[in-house]
Design a protein around this ligand. Structure first.
Ligand code: 3PG
Length: 393
């Protein structure tokens, strides 16, 4: 078990470098479009404030190439200002004299947000000199950035190797929610995996299948599986170079006595039809292109979900952003929320779908991670968690 902030004693007056994931969508007016990740980091910040630590926040935002005003962390500092019972300031740099000066002025129980770590070379290469510079800013390092814990960057990994360290409350919550999915699944365990590409989900499909009793497949990736089974898929999206992998997964599941459910009907368009009206079809022939699961498939999937004691969902069932192809994702998401089983959702597009359809109610845990959640499910660990010291028991 990793050391958490609750295991740290004597935080009063210490400069705590708190790495969070404030990689949130910001609109063209500089407004935060979805503050979930910031809201989720607040308990850790409040805990540190209460302990009278001097809290220095580090995060990345986006994938800037050097300084980019649109990727500044300033809006996130502003957001915190109104939600914390202390003074919150912002410094538009990381290491220069001003940053050091502001840290030296920081009072106990107050917060300073530093500028985007990715504005600097050395962050993403996990450069040692960069990590040392970061470490020189504080006394203790706390990592609460679960969503970035798969990236071995200087501010998520390098600095943890230099300073005394611990994980934050969000990181702990994520690990506690996701860990049992793999280590101690309640059965029947149903995994629902969707999305566009088999290639980007191959590892997760394999690792989830090892643990789950039933694997439900939806989204465009289902057509690669249907093709592997020898079915016609019309003009639906197929990754030809993944057909053999899909077949291997299907055969492996059969050998292991596991169930894989694939769509039995579809909502599609006829590419020959210029109006592209949505039609329902059991078979996909000729110029038909599947874009969502059909009602018979939905019924099949919903029934299976209702029987589950544990559910993990990653990936939409169709092109849900288009109202014509939204039903499958909505109905499956609703069934997961209605289920009595323990439900966990992870992955950027899946969480977006849950928010889009207001499906949060009834879902036991919604992970803040995208790639990190996937990697955790695939490998059972994350490098930036591994680097944190163990709890002394
Ligand atoms: C995420 O949104 O998945 C994390 O913040 C990591 O971002 P990245 O994929 O740009 O490294």
């Amino acid at each position: 078990m990793k050391r958490t902030i609750k295991d740290l004693v004597g935080l009063k007056g210490k400069v705590v470098l708190l790495r969070v994931d404030f990689n949130v969508p910001i609109d063209e007016n500089g407004r935060i479009a979805d503050a979930t990740r910031i809201v989720q980091a607040i308990p850790t910040i409040k805990y540190l404030i209460k302990q009278k630590a001097k809290v220095v926040i580090l995060s990345h935002l986006g994938r800037p190439k050097g300084y980019d005003v649109h990727k500044s962390l300033w809006p996130t500092a502003l957001y915190l200002k109104n939600r914390l019972p202390c003074s919150v300031s912002f410094c538009n740099s990381l290491f220069d004299d001003e940053a050091k000066y502001r840290i030296s002025l920081l009072k106990e129980g107050n917060v300073l947000v530093l500028e985007n770590t990715r504005f600097y070379e050395g962050e993403e290469t996990n450069d040692m000199a960069f990590s040392k510079k970061l470490a020189s800013l504080g006394d203790i390092y706390v990592n609460d950035a679960f969503a970035t814990a798969h990236r071995e960057n200087a501010s998520t990994f390098g600095v943890a190797r230099i300073l005394p360290n611990a994980i934050g409350l969000l990181m702990e919550k994520e690990l506690n929610a996701l860990g049992p999915i793999l280590n101690n699944p309640k059965r029947p365990f149903v995994a629902v995996i969707g999305g566009v590409k088999v290639s980007s989900k191959l590892k997760i499909l394999k690792s989830v299948l090892e643990k789950a009793d039933t694997l439900i497949i939806g989204g465009a990736m289902a057509y690669t599986f249907l093709k592997a089974k020898g079915q016609t898929v019309g003009e639906s999206l197929v990754e030809e170079d993944m057909v053999d992998d899909a077949l291997e997964i299907l055969q492996g599941a059969e050998g292991a006595g596991k169930k894989i459910l694939l769509p039995i009907d579809h909502i599609c368009v006829d590419n020959a039809d210029r109006k592209k009206e949505a039609i329902q079809s059991k078979v996909l022939r000729g110029t038909l292109m599947g874009l969502d699961i059909g009602p018979a498939t939905t019924k099949l999937y919903v029934n299976e979900i209702a029987k589950a004691k544990q559910i993990f969902w990653n990936g939409p069932m169709g092109k849900f952003e288009d109202i014509r192809f939204a039903n499958g994702t909505y109905d499956v998401g609703k069934a997961i929320g209605d289920s009595k089983g323990y439900s966990v959702i992870g992955g950027g597009d899946t969480v977006a779908a849950v928010h889009h359809f207001d499906l949060e109610k009834g879902i036991n845990y919604i992970s803040t991670g995208g790639g990190a959640t996937m990697e955790f499910i695939e490998r059972g660990s994350l490098p930036c968690v591994e680097v944190i010291q163990e709890k002394i028991i």
